[in-house]
Design a protein around this ligand. Structure first.
Ligand SMILES: [Zn+2]
Length: 340
């Protein structure tokens, strides 16, 4: 999406008074993007605006010819290109596979990244033992309309039309091959991290570890990370120390203010299922949050601490192996399918 938008923006430069812009999709489809004007209010960062509209911070900067995320001020009008149909339920569009020599329902399912049982369901009149060369097999593959979709469970799912996370303000992507998520997840993460940079220009860059592979599915050594809704990211280190990679973090190294801000910003989108954070680090978050005025009652749904580390409560909770990074899982999005 990013590249295409940028391309069309160049083409449309100076003509953005138009209320909508036709953008060619990868295939023959055309979708209409609408220009929405966001007026900046006091205290808003570019990241927060991207977060509110669920667009990519890099796109937002391109659309507005911003050289940095600090090129905004209250009263300024920010252009946002949005797809008005973005949240509408996808129309399943059939794709046809013409049977070739050696094809079976299993091999067709594997080829398109779906399950054999689905191929059977979409072709109830076809006997799988008697398919013939040239026969047409219908495939209602998720994401046929080009939108990125998380499908199935995080532990056994897939990703359709995954969007690759790229470097963005305050973020460095370690392994691009393992950095695909749904467009929504990628946009939310990049925006929230840019928002931290908006508040603390000296904030170090975080390192993005694994999200999912391009089409999702098994990503060793993880059990989850299969459907484009999970991400591993480093913590903010105190003193704005920039970490080259994942490094174990002790409570004294942990920058509670920035980490709290990042987590709370993401949680406020109401699209976070949980964030795994080491128990010892949670104590730092808890104390910091209280120091800026949060009450015990307010913190109860957010943090597992001070409950015991095995208590499965609080959006931020302990899981082993999260001393050097946090793991965030996003909730199922409005267009995700069979998502659990
Ligand atoms: Zn993880």
């Amino acid at each position: 999406m990013n590249g295409r938008n940028v391309f069309w923006l160049v083409v449309m430069a100076g003509a953005l008074l138009w209320s909508s812009v036709a953008v060619a999709d990868e295939g023959e489809e055309e979708s209409e993007l609408e220009v929405f004007i966001h007026e900046v209010v006091e205290g808003e960062t570019a990241g927060l605006i991207a977060l509110q509209h669920e667009v990519h911070i890099n796109d937002l900067m391109e659309w507005n010819e911003m050289a940095s995320i600090y090129d905004i001020e209250p009263g300024m009008e920010i252009r946002i290109l949005i797809d008005p149909e973005a949240d509408e339920a996808p129309q399943p569009r059939a794709r046809v596979h013409v049977v070739r020599s050696g094809d079976t329902f299993e091999s067709i399912a594997r080829r398109y990244g779906v399950r054999t049982s689905q191929v059977q369901r979409w072709n109830t009149g076809v006997d799988p033992r008697r398919i013939q060369i040239g026969q047409r097999i219908m495939l209602n593959i998720p994401g046929n309309d080009g939108r990125s979709i998380s499908w199935g469970r995080a532990n056994s799912g897939r990703l359709f039309n995954g969007v690759q996370m790229e470097d963005s303000p305050g973020l460095r992507v370690r392994n691009p091959d393992r950095s695909y998520g749904t467009e929504r997840v990628v946009n939310l993460l990049a925006a929230a991290i840019a928002d931290v940079r908006g508040h603390w220009p000296d904030a170090p860059k975080l390192v993005m570890g694994s999200l999912s592979t391009r089409n999702g599915g098994r990503l060793r050594p993880h059990r989850s990370h299969q459907s484009g809704r999970d991400a591993d990211v480093t913590y903010y280190h105190r003193g704005n120390v920039e970490l080259p990679d994942f490094r174990d973090m002790s409570p004294v190294m942990f920058d509670a203010a920035k980490n709290w801000h990042l987590f709370k910003t993401l949680i406020d989108t109401e699209q976070v299922q949980f964030i795994f954070v080491d128990y010892a680090l949670q104590e730092q978050l808890y104390e910091y949050a209280q120091s800026i005025g949060y009450t015990e009652e307010e913190l109860e749904p957010i943090l597992q601490y001070p409950r015991a580390r095995r208590t499965p409560e609080g959006l931020i909770r302990h899981a082993r192996g999260h001393r050097n990074h946090f793991h965030i899982r996003f909730t199922c999005g409005p267009i995700d399918q069979d998502c659990r």
